[in-house]
Ligand binder design. Structure first.
Ligand SMILES: [Zn+2]
Length: 72
């Protein structure tokens, strides 16, 4: 499913595709390229914290492994 995320820096709305209604992981604004760690509960944004490039890559790797793990 697709969930709309509003960038807290530039107010641009982007979308993220989720496997489940609950999500915790990285999000990058398509417009200003700002990176965030977001948390969703039942498709509702609960938190949105700015991330550094390094933290973002780490979070992305964790998310990638989590998705891989789910499939197996
Ligand atoms: Zn933005």
């Amino acid at each position: 499913m697709l969930v709309k995320i509003k960038c807290s820096k530039c107010d641009t709305e982007g979308t993220i595709s989720l496997l489940e209604p609950d999500y915790q992981g990285p999000y990058r604004c398509w417009k200003c390229r700002e990176m965030f760690a977001i948390a969703l509960e039942a498709n509702v944004l609960k938190s949105c914290e700015p991330l550094s490039e390094e933290e973002f890559q780490k979070a992305q790797e964790v998310e990638r492994l989590r998705r891989k793990f789910r499939r197996e």
